[in-house]
Design a protein around this ligand. Structure first.
Ligand SMILES: NC(=O)c1ccc[n+]([C@@H]2O[C@H](COP(=O)([O-])OP(=O)(O)OC[C@H]3O[C@@H](n4cnc5c(N)ncnc54)[C@H](OP(=O)(O)O)[C@@H]3O)[C@@H](O)[C@H]2O)c1
Length: 252
């Protein structure tokens, strides 16, 4: 990883990034560390990747820790936040990135499937955000939505419901936690293929957005940094999706 950027604009901040060891979460973790923030990399199964990323960041002169936890177990989420604080001190930036994306349809998903999507994708972000607000310190939260919150993803119905819930929570938390904490969201479009899918799948999906292309990890990371650095914005959603949100088509 490259050295810290010269501006060090986020020095003095400590960020907790859920699912921060892989893919989009990793890119956001690296961008925050490069901007000077201390980072707590949350993982569920990627313990080795989280520790390796933390090592890289420490090697580049930053401060980094890893902390494990299964966000589908709602009762353990507040303790996970406390573990992060015990390691790194108060959290001033929370990135609710971790997510599950299983296929499911409205006509057949089980109550358990729906509950698991809600637990990981919406309830854990709320519980972590509440724990952060209870610190009574200034801070910033970025939730990860999906451009499909504005259309209808019939093949991922439980996921869709949970992301719609996080969409609503973004607005509710922005109002409830103001003025101390700003709460915004990034809604990615076609960025990385889900497990089992390849670049061809992404390129096919890219045709559904007006810009006809796939987004880059840096497009996401720079949007997160913009939201954190811009003090007069709260309750905002940035669609990083090549314009896909303007087309209200249905998937599936
Ligand atoms: N990829 C895209 O193009 C795209 C498009 C639209 C929206 N998004 C949104 O952007 C965010 C990042 O996307 P992504 O594709 O990078 O996500 P991802 O790879 O599907 O998942 C991110 C991380 O979530 C963690 N996670 C999953 N289940 C968990 C659980 N039960 N407890 C704790 N952590 C759990 C995993 O951590 P471990 O590896 O440690 O288990 C995983 O690495 C997500 O919120 C996603 O919905 C992505």
């Amino acid at each position: 990883m490259s050295a810290r950027d010269e501006s060090n604009q986020l020095s003095g901040h400590t960020a907790l990034i859920t699912g921060g060891a892989q893919r989009i979460g990793k890119a956001v973790t690296q961008a925050l560390a490069q901007a000077g923030a201390d980072v707590v990399i949350h993982y569920n199964q990627s313990a080795a990747a989280a520790e390796s990323l933390a090592n890289d960041i420490r090697g580049a002169g930053g401060q980094a820790w890893s902390v494990g936890g299964d966000l589908s177990d709602s009762s353990s989420v507040p303790a996970l936040f406390e573990t992060a604080v015990a390691k790194a001190g108060p959290i001033s930036i929370l990135i609710n990135n971790a997510s599950i994306f299983p296929a499911s349809r409205l006509t057949s998903f089980s109550p358990k499937q729906l509950q698991e999507n809600i637990n990981v994708n919406a309830l854990a972000p709320l519980l972590l955000s509440r724990a952060m607000a209870n610190q009574k310190l200034p801070g910033h939260i970025v939730n990860f939505l999906d451009t499909r919150v504005v259309s209808y993803d019939a093949e991922h119905a439980a996921y869709h419901i949970s992301k719609r819930m996080l969409h609503t929570l973004t607005r509710m938390m922005a109002l409830e936690f103001a003025p101390r904490i700003r709460v915004n969201a990034v809604a990615p479009g076609v960025i990385l293929p889900p497990p089992g899918k390849d670049e061809a799948y992404l390129n096919e999906l890219a045709k559904t957005n007006p810009l006809q292309t796939v987004g880059a990890l840096d497009d996401i990371a720079s949007s997160v940094l913009f939201l954190i650095r811009t003090g007069f914005i709260t309750g905002q959603i940035i669609y990083v999706d090549g314009g896909r949100h303007m087309r209200g088509a249905t998937y599936g």
